[in-house]
Ligand binder design. Structure first.
Ligand code: NAD
Length: 367
């Protein structure tokens, strides 16, 4: 990382080595095994701070280049997430091409585990979209370089409660920035997506007497939120434009885009979903100029990564939670940097993450 700037890949053209140069990726590993049907990409973005950690996504991509792009984009995000969370971890991610419902098998996952093992610890894998803890048990039969295992196997189990706690901390820091007081009592908060993270988040917000609104495509989850947390159910279309204090996206990425931006009435956007800004620069800048405080996604949702990283030092959930609490301070620091450097908060967070990597490179320049 020889300069501090943020990179953008062209949405239309694809030139692998030019893209690798642009994003400063260290290594891309293509894995192919005819017997098991494995086609995978392991993208290692940056290992200055430590081994590259990132989950394995299994997805049916329309084109192979989309899979490579996804692995590159996600691995770069992991570099920044680990750096800003103060972890001694680099960024990497793996993608297995195929339908997880029909193509997954013990043999395929174990073969993938062998490819991970061949990297000798430079890459550490974990579960992600399309893979499960069970799959990681198969991976672990072939390599030690896997985290996110069940508690029964000495792992940290489901990271979602820790992610939710970090998100809650980030929301409180954002409230402090907006209103000079971190209390959420009486604040109206709309949570979009009440899955594993969103539901745990509701619990924290309810305990602080926030006024809750929820949207999801899962009716059963909505009923639980209404009964247990007195949340008001809103449609997924309407929740974006609700006149609330805080919007907490906890479902899919790309929720802040050209269509949704003009509808926003909230003062803060702070939630766990990955890649909330469809375009980090255009939509991040638009939020900044409209005065909406935006908690950068990879900072506020780092609790899950902190949780799996804790497995390396003998897992203790309290330690993972204590480290996750620091997201409060980091978010406030990013808001200060955003103002000082006059860049949007997402860009401020990326620059902050890059700076730590540059600094640590200097530390490692002598034996
Ligand atoms: P999840 O799949 O358990 O929950 C997602 C929820 O969003 C589901 O209830 C789903 O029904 C709902 N949803 C899907 N499409 C929707 C739509 N169009 N409108 C409204 N709701 C919709 O996932 P999760 O683990 O809770 O993760 C939520 C987000 O947080 C994801 O973006 C994930 O990448 C990110 N994240 C999760 C963790 C973690 O520890 N689980 C860590 C970091 C980031």
């Amino acid at each position: 990382m020889d300069d501090i700037k943020t990179e953008n890949l062209s949405a239309t053209s694809f030139d692998l080595f030019a893209d690798l140069e642009e994003t400063k990726h260290e290594q891309i590993v293509l894995c192919q095994d005819q017997a098991t049907g494995l086609k995978a990409i392991i993208a290692i973005h940056n290992t200055v701070l430590g081994p590259g950690l990132g989950g394995t996504r299994m997805w049916q991509y329309a084109h192979e280049k989309d899979a490579i792009r996804d692995a590159m984009r996600l691995s770069r995000g992991m570099t920044y997430k680990a750096s800003i969370a103060g972890l001694n971890l680099g960024g990497a991610k793996a993608v297995i091409i195929g339908d997880p419902k029909t193509m997954k098998s013990e043999a395929l996952m174990r073969k993938f585990g062998r490819y991970v093992d061949n990297l000798n610890g430079k890459y550490i894998t974990a579960e992600d979209v399309g893979t499960t803890t069970k799959d990681m048990e198969y991976v672990q039969m072939e390599t030690d370089h896997v985290v996110g295992l069940p508690e029964s196997m000495g792992g940290g189990g489901d990271p979602s409660p820790v992610t939710a706690y970090g998100t809650y901390m980030g929301i409180k820091a954002s409230a402090k920035k907006a209103w000079g007081n971190e209390s959420l009592s009486g604040k109206s908060i709309a949570v979009v997506g009440i899955g594993k993270v969103g539901m745990h988040l509701l619990d924290y917000l309810h305990k602080e007497n926030a006024k809750l609104y929820v949207a999801d495509i899962n009716d059963a989850a909505l009923q639980i939120a209404a009964n247990k947390y007195r949340a008001i159910i809103v449609s997924a279309e309407d929740i974006i434009g609700l006149d609330v204090d805080i919007l907490a996206p906890c479902a899919l990425g790309g929720i802040i885009n050209d269509d949704t931006l003009p509808k926003l009435k909230c003062q803060i956007i702070a939630g766990a979903a990955n890649n909330q800004l469809e375009d980090e620069i255009i939509h991040g800048d638009a939020l900044k100029s409209s005065g909406i405080i935006y908690a950068p996604d990879f900072v506020i949702n780092a609790g899950g990564l902190i949780n799996v990283y804790s497995e390396y030092n003998g897992y203790v959930r309290e330690n993972a939670m204590a480290q996750t609490e620091n997201i409060y301070n980091t978010i406030l620091e990013i808001y200060k940097k955003s103002e000082r450097d006059n860049v949007n908060s997402q860009q401020a967070a990326i620059l902050h993450a890059q700076k730590r990597i540059q600094d640590i490179m200097l530390v490692q320049s002598t034996y």
